[in-house]
Design a protein around this ligand. Sequence first.
Ligand SMILES: Nc1ncnc2c1ncn2[C@@H]1O[C@H](COP(=O)(O)OP(=O)(O)OP(=O)(O)O)[C@@H](O)[C@H]1O
Length: 359
Amino acid sequence: MSLWFRFDHRRGEFRLQAAGEVPATGITALFGPSGCGKSTLLRLIAGLERCDDGEVRMGQDCWQNDRTFRPPHQRPIGYVIQEGQLFPHLSVRANLRYGWKRAGRTNGTAAGPAFATVIELLGLTGLLDRRPGQLSGGQRQRVAIGRALLTRPRVLLLDEPLAALDAGAKRAILPYLERLHRELALPVLYVSHDGDEVARIADRLLLMEAGRIRAAGDLSAMLTRTDLPLARGEQAETVLEATVDGHDADWHLTRLRFAGGELSLATGTELAVGERRRVRILARDVSLTLSPAADSSILNILPARVSEIRPLNPAQALVCLDLGGTPLLAHITHKSVAALGLEPGTPVYAQIKSVALLV
Ligand SMILES: Nc1ncnc2c1ncn2[C@@H]1O[C@H](COP(=O)(O)OP(=O)(O)OP(=O)(O)O)[C@@H](O)[C@H]1O
């Protein structure tokens, strides 16, 4: 069941006019610069902030329109913010049980993951007897997400749940979110202004700017849309869904197949053959040649065609490539565009260093 919303909301100088949909499964990232209204939108959906001109529906179930306003505790949501707000005097087990008990009151008989499943999915087994003060920031956030899940929500609203964590703790918690995503069929609306986080876990993107939804769509398509700022930033990247095809044991390389070809990847960890993985290629790690170099150290040399060229700044251009139907972004200099005579339709070879691929 998908979540649908529309709001026209003023707060002082700030005006939020946004409508959108969160599909029934997968992670939808609400992404945009600081101050654009992401948290406000989440709070409006949760009913934590009241807006007179708004509508929220989950499937056929109306949470808000011009006649109805259900308060937050009557909306079947799991809500987690930066600092997960656990009860400091209760153990992890008791914090989780609180979520479990609340489920009966708010969501009636709604189906949801079992207590043991949540503990296992979030790796909380060894932490159950500790108090929040005895946990790391990342562990606390895992407990907070577990508690929210145990309320058996019909949608999970996460407001920058990893923002207070350092890079290492973030890296450690992301695999848990990826697991939740794979194993629970629950819509998640995930607020973030961290492109790295979003590229790793989101399926869809709602791109927000100055109180409005500027664009919405599948992550891969949104990242490579040349009319959006995402393709223009320093961290611009292409995200591909690929399947692990095999290993080259002699050289510790993994082969991945995607719709537009094959890639070799130097992974630190062994990936299982047949496994689906997300491959991320930064636009600045892609270089172009007119013929396939036979004497290059670069392992991934893929035939492509230039589909579009746009200026990025006085020195650099954004080149969008077509790899047999799959778009790929490259940031190269105007000097190189001129030297290679690139224009839409030019056949080229895209070179991607195997160490530059991220999964
Ligand atoms: N209590 C308040 N009173 C008046 N204006 C506010 C209040 N809280 C936030 N704002 C303004 O509302 C706008 C949206 O804020 P909001 O917190 O939703 O943005 P955000 O996109 O979530 O930002 P961030 O990524 O920094 O958390 C901002 O311009 C902010 O200055």
